[in-house]
Design a binder for this molecule. Structure first.
Ligand code: ASP
Length: 440
């Protein structure tokens, strides 16, 4: 068995957390390749090292002295080193970074230093190899990963090491300059490493024991999701259940590697396992027919009314062009015989909704276009609900019994989720009602 483990910012936040990570890695010899984030927040009001690094770069950009902010960063790393009695020459590392800052280095380089130093410290602590991500993760100039080069190089270095720590969040362009992923991108590094190493599992260690069936701020003590499919996860994450970077799923999924979300502060909890559809169907258990519920507030609907629309070709295309031309992405297009609606987050059309409505009316030659705001979307997800009658009846009954008016219904074509649109004011009650209907 080969495991790739990734530890997020809160797992690397201070020496106490480093000790937990040390124990987790040492408790299982199969955890051979470890990807780390930069130290994150130790408490709610604390700063993430990565944020502070962005801030130092902003200081250099506007020619404001960066040393006060950099000092905070130095202190954070120094205290980890001192508490753990490590040997690494941090003073030298800071000197190099400061020289580069003085020479107006690129932002991507400076913000990647959190992961770099975090990995150096952990490899010193565990007495194992350090592999710099810039030497193994390669980007194309369009920002995508050069998979062939990356996998070749990773295969080469993996054949020479027994245990290694690799910084997450960055790699390099072919000229050697540093390129970072989007924020939270160490999850992606971990997934790429797991795929390249042919790992049996990709463990993603964070500060929660996996996914919950609903937001615990709304539902009291919701059940933990034990197994979720990649697709179910995408549906839930899109609607706001965020634990893992969206793009982190792809490399592992393509390679058929399950992802296990684990909690560094509760290592005995098995967490949530993200698996393929086939695997989920195989495991019967006494799981609920739904896997999870998630939702978001603040959507708006453009309702386009056009008589005999069904007989006319291209009306919806013309409407979509109105959004496309403005670079606005849309979420849903429920349609009827003489009307259709376009649903998207209100913030994308915040100041231009009337202008867009007017343009839709002209372009589609519609009788009326109305805009209505304060819509919430709630998705109820479960791969096991496909081809199973009675699920939507149960869901709509639950909403009806709680006096919640449904403004829109949509079902993903794979039948793994049912989406309802309701008023923002009913958001919390609707989630509670659906949860209670399906989970006893
Ligand atoms: N440290 C980076 C961030 O805060 C990347 C990561 O933690 O995954 O976004």
């Amino acid at each position: 068995m080969l495991k790739v483990a990734k530890f997020g910012g809160t797992s690397m936040a201070d020496a106490t957390q480093f000790k937990k990570v040390y124990d987790i890695i040492n408790s299982d010899a199969e955890r051979k390749f470890v990807v780390v984030s930069a130290p994150g927040k130790r408490f709610k009001e604390d700063n993430k090292i990565t944020d502070l690094l962005y801030l130092t770069h902003a200081h250099t950009k506007f020619s404001v002295p960066y040393t006060p902010v950099f000092k905070i960063i130095e202190e954070r790393f120094n205290s980890i080193k001192e508490e753990l009695n490590l040997n690494i020459d941090l003073a030298h590392e800071f000197e190099v970074i400061k020289q580069n800052l003085d020479n107006k280095c690129e932002e991507d380089y400076i913000v990647s230093r959190g992961e770099y130093l975090s990995a150096l410290l952990l490899s010193d602590y565990l007495k194992c190899d350090f592999i710099d991500a810039k030497d193994v993760i390669f980007f194309n100039y369009d920002g995508t990963i050069n998979k062939v080069k990356t996998n070749e190089k990773l295969a080469e270095v993996f054949s020479k090491t027994k245990k290694a720590i690799i910084p997450g969040f960055y790699g390099s362009y072919s000229d050697g300059s540093i390129k970072t992923f989007s924020r939270g991108g160490s999850d992606i590094t971990g997934s790429i490493i797991a795929a390249a190493a042919g790992a049996d599992i990709y463990e993603n260690w964070t500060d929660v024991s996996g996914f919950l069936m609903a937001d615990p701020r709304i539902v009291n003590n919701p059940r933990q999701i034990k197994k979720i499919t990649y697709q179910e996860l995408r549906e839930l994450s899109y609607m706001g259940a965020s634990v893992l970077h969206e793009e982190a799923v792809f490399p592992a999924r393509q390679a058929g590697i399950p992802i296990n979300i684990r909690n560094t502060n509760e290592p005995d909890n098995p967490g949530t396992l993200i698996i393929s559809d086939e695997e989920k169907f195989k495991s019967n258990g006494n799981d609920s027919v739904i896997t999870g519920i998630a939702g978001k507030k603040n959507f708006c609907i453009f309702y386009v009314h056009k008589e005999h629309m069904a007989n006319e070709v291209g009306v919806i295309r013309k409407a979509l062009e109105v959004f496309e031309n403005r670079g606005i992405s849309i979420d849903h297009i429920p349609s009827g015989i003489d009307s259709f609606s376009i649903i998207l987050p209100s913030e994308s059309v915040e100041k231009i909704s009337h202008e867009v409505a007017e343009e839709l009316k002209i372009k589609c030659n519609a009788q009326a276009v109305t805009v209505s705001k304060n819509l919430s979307l709630i998705t109820t997800v479960g791969i096991k609900m496909a081809y199973r009658p009675g699920i939507s009846a149960k869901l709509f009954t639950a909403l009806g019994e709680n006096n919640i008016n449904i403004r829109m219904i949509d079902q993903g074509s794979s039948e793994i989720n049912i989406i309802v649109g309701i008023d923002d004011k009913d958001f919390e009650n609707a989630i509670k009602a659906i949860y209670n209907a399906f989970v006893q």
